[in-house]
Design a protein around this ligand. Structure first.
Ligand code: GLY
Length: 562
């Protein structure tokens, strides 16, 4: 009983903060864009208002994030789109970065076979071949209805006229300033002390976007933009060549599809682990009817954690780029296999990850990726997660281009058993090979319920992406929350290794925590980071659209009304 009261208290407290920040529940919404920044969401809505589709709005929103959310928004990273058109066609585009042609398996190891610190995270060697611009151009050629120039223009205008720095952003710039200077020198653009309320105009980025507007993907992968990118990567110790840029191609892939009760879920398959792990965890939980327990109660936490433990251990062994590995799709999300995996689970005692394999873990960096969800007035649904990997990627800034380069190479398993910046461990399936895509956790997801569009969602958060998407779905479907409360509700995370369960700071009740510890769970509550920043759209059975933007960031939902 106490658990329930305390848990509900936490939940009500968070819901109140939502009410103060403006609840988005209205009968009148006919289209919505939810992203990490108000400017980007508003630009997406402007495109929809002009008669553009969700795909058009995606391109404009994405490029706007490049300007006003430079820690993760990008033209120089990669991402995944999962979509469902109004007519019911479902698909996904993989525009994940690739390893350069000159990459090799041991490129981050010294002569003793030890990992060289920071080589895969900071500086030019960390940079993977970018996929974003090729991805956006591909989406436009398949689905675009407005002209490419019309979709790039709002981002050019935003870069020219400037965006306003938020308080969270001021902190983010300040925290990374030393790295910006270490990699790019004292005079680098973002070494300026931008304060909350300041306007940042990025004229160099506007010029880059103008070339992309005029020449499409070639404006990025060829000509002067490519020239300056390669020059900067080389200066910073990297190996990307013109051939890498010219050869880059996004890939249309079948989304990962699975069922949970009467939900039919589409998410990203490999090279993301997101869809597979989300499917595995939900299916392992399904037989236990988690909705019978209170939200974030001891038993609900146990179920989720134990399913996560088993799924993340599979992730490390079996998942990688499907163009280089045979992925055991049929088995890995089958009921038979997953029921078997849960045979060792008991509510009485925690399983121990260390009995399976020990790992050396480091949590050194925040997870910076960004997600946006779009629903247009016709019913086309877009779920996109895109990333530079770490916050501001490799910190290598292309000064005359106005943008940061990714450090996605760290998402490879740089040495078997060695933990990446998210503490994730990999094996041969995710080893470095030329032109291979590094394994991701990004989980852009579209959920159908009884054959109707139900939820569009995703989040940044590195390894915590999968669990944040999972908990948001469960919060709505099993625990009866509205979408904003489901997003606000406190989250926890477990990923097999390290052994710990991470809980958002100060929001879980002590009684449950104590009981979990008594059962042998390793609890970490002094966790200072937030877990995920989910942006989502929910469509009720009678067609009412509600949106949720995560208050952990500056995220914002913008709407079109009837
Ligand atoms: N770079 C984070 C991810 O792809 O999972």
């Amino acid at each position: 009983m106490i658990v329930r009261i305390l848990t509900k208290f936490t939940y009500i407290t968070l819901s109140l903060s939502l009410l103060l920040s403006g609840c988005n529940k209205t009968k009148d919404i006919k289209a919505a864009v939810v992203s990490a920044r108000k400017e980007a969401s508003d630009i997406g809505i402007t495109i929809l208002n002009k008669g553009g589709s969700a795909f058009d709005a995606m391109i404009a929103t994405d490029l706007a994030l490049t300007v006003c959310f430079p820690n993760a928004g990008n033209i120089s990273g990669g991402g995944f789109l999962v979509y469902r058109t109004a007519s019911g066609e479902v698909g996904s585009l993989d525009y994940r970065e690739k390893a350069p042609l000159n990459a090799y398996e041991k490129m981050y190891l010294d002569e003793n076979g030890d990992v060289i610190p920071e080589k895969s995270t900071l500086g030019g060697l960390a940079v993977g071949v970018p996929g974003t611009v090729a991805g956006l151009a591909e989406i436009h050629s398949k689905f675009g209805t407005l002209s490419w120039e019309d979709l790039v223009k709002p981002a050019i205008d935003l870069a020219m006229n400037g965006y306003i720095v938020t308080e969270k952003q001021e902190r983010s710039f300040r925290n990374k300033k030393d790295d910006f200077i270490k990699i790019n020198g004292e005079n680098t653009f973002y070494a300026q002390d931008f304060k909350a309320g300041d306007t940042v105009k990025n004229i160099a980025l506007a010029e880059t976007l103008k070339r992309i507007s005029k020449y499409g993907a070639k404006g990025f992968y060829e000509g002067p933009v490519a020239e300056s990118l390669i020059k900067r990567v080389r200066e910073a110790g990297g190996i990307i060549t013109h051939e890498d840029l010219i050869k880059y191609k996004p890939v249309w892939r079948k989304p990962l599809n699975f069922k949970y009760k009467n939900l039919n879920i589409y998410s990203m398959g490999p090279p993301s682990s997101g869809g597979v792990c989300l499917g595995q965890i939900l299916k392992m939980i399904e037989p236990y009817n988690i909705g019978q327990y209170y939200h974030n109660s001891e038993k609900a936490i146990q179920l989720i954690v134990e399913a996560e433990r088993r799924s993340y251990s599979d992730r490390s062994k079996h998942l990688g780029d499907p163009d280089f590995n045979k992925i055991p799709y049929n088995q890995i999300i089958s009921n038979k296999y997953l029921n078997n995996r849960m045979k060792s689970f008991s509510f009485d005692l925690a399983s121990q990850s260390k009995d399976i394999q020990a790992g050396k873990i480091s949590w050194t960096e925040s997870e910076e990726t960004t997600h946006y969800s779009i629903l247009d007035q016709k019913g086309n649904a877009i779920s996109v997660t895109t990333t530079l990997n770490g916050s501001y990627g490799s910190k290598v800034f292309v000064e005359d281009g106005g943008y940061f380069l990714n450090n996605e190479m760290d998402d490879f398993s740089i040495k078997p058993g060695f933990a990446n910046m998210f503490g994730l461990i990999g094996s041969e399936a995710n080893s470095i090979k030329p032109e291979k895509r590094m394994l991701s956790s990004m989980t852009p997801t579209i959920v159908m319920k009884d054959n109707n569009l139900y939820m569009i969602l995703g989040t940044p958060g590195g390894s915590t992406i999968i669990t944040s998407v999972l908990q948001t779905i469960l919060n709505v479907y099993e625990f009866g929350m509205d979408i904003q409360s489901a997003i606000n509700a406190p989250r926890f995370h477990h990923q097999w290794l390290p052994e710990k369960i991470e809980f958002e700071n100060g929001v879980f009740d002590e009684v449950s925590m104590k009981k979990l510890q008594e059962k042998g769970y390793d609890i970490k509550q002094d966790y200072t980071r937030v877990i995920g920043r989910v942006d989502a759209i929910l469509i009720s059975k009678n067609g009412i659209i509600t949106t949720g933007a995560d208050p952990r960031g500056d995220d914002k939902a913008s709407h079109l009304y009837h």
